[in-house]
Design a protein around this ligand. Structure first.
Ligand code: AMP
Length: 286
């Protein structure tokens, strides 16, 4: 496995890789969610590139950036075990050299939900992902369903800017009690972690109501809101039922649909979602 720290080093190493090349962008603190993306890439692509960069410009809250878990040695060892061929792990100066000024504004799809909760977040995401795609030149990029709006923002950008990459969206990996894996979960106390399961419990309630033919977006969203609000340690950000692809409001809860929830617990921002509809997320079952 090659570890490149500079853009030049990356380009040299990338030129030696046989295609098709898959890329898995990460901010490190790797968990089974990241490994699912790496496995999905290994199945489809001949060469596997991972990126490891905690991108300051997508953190609207400096204390969240400072507290973000970092363990580069463990991450590099895990990438090696997962069969990664090339890791790009640049410094902040390498990604944002003196004079850096361009920002990609993803437009309305990034303005709402997480975009409203975290102003500037998706411009930071879109800009760094465009840079990482340009540097790594992948055939396919692997993204997690957990960050559903992020997948829509990147999909919009890839289409709008004609970037030659196909996106593969991998299902959310969860702990046995349903909590979506996240690098931020390590910052939760045992009590906070227990409260955090309310996001998934609320989503499950909404899905079973949908299975029982409830088609009112507000009624479905309310089930999630009520479940999260019942947790004294949790403060709800939003629970929304939207069109899965455009993220627009819907009058009737017909697929393609996303039910998205965000909450803050002990100062830690958590998100989760379910997506209803065919072919939006890859089926990775064996
Ligand atoms: P991050 O390192 O948190 O920026 O995440 C890197 C990639 O892993 C993103 O595409 C995330 O959506 C994805 N990811 C994070 N958590 C999970 C999870 N629990 N299941 C699947 N993918 C995930």
């Amino acid at each position: 496995m090659i570890v490149a720290r500079t853009r030049t080093g990356l380009c040299e190493a990338r030129a030696t890789l046989p295609g098709p090349v898959g890329v898995v962008p990460t901010m490190g603190a790797l968990h089974d969610g990241h490994f699912a993306l790496l496995r999905a890439a290994r199945r489809r692509d001949r060469s596997l590139v991972a990126t490891l960069f905690v991108n300051r410009t997508q953190f609207n809250d400096p204390s969240d950036y400072a507290a973000y878990p970092r363990d580069e040695a463990a991450d590099l060892a895990a990438f090696e075990t997962a069969g990664v061929d090339l890791v790009f792990a640049p410094s902040v100066e390498e990604m944002y050299p003196e004079g850096f000024g361009t920002r990609i504004d993803p437009g309305p799809i990034g303005a709402d939900l997480e975009g409203a909760r975290r102003p500037g977040h998706f411009a930071g995401v879109a800009t760094v992902v465009a840079k990482l795609f340009n540097l790594t030149r992948p055939s396919r990029a692997y993204l997690g369903q957990k960050d559903w709006q992020q997948t829509r923002v990147i999909d919009r950008m890839v289409r709008d800017l004609n970037l030659p990459v196909d996106l593969v969206i991998v299902p959310t990996v969860r702990d046995p009690d349903g909590l979506a894996l996240s690098s931020r979960n390590v910052r939760l106390s045992p009590e906070q972690r227990q409260s955090a399961t309310a996001l998934w419990r609320g989503l499950e309630l909404a899905v079973s109501a949908w299975d029982d033919d409830e088609r009112s977006p507000e009624a479905l969203a309310d089930l999630v809101r009520i479940t999260v609000k019942a947790e004294p340690l949790a403060s709800i950000g939003y629970a929304e039922v939207r069109h899965a692809l455009t993220l627009e409001h819907v009058a009737v809860a017909d697929p393609p649909l996303v039910i998205a929830v965000a909450a803050e617990i002990g100062g830690v921002g958590l998100i989760d979602n379910v997506v209803l509809g065919e072919g939006l997320v890859v089926d990775e079952s064996p």
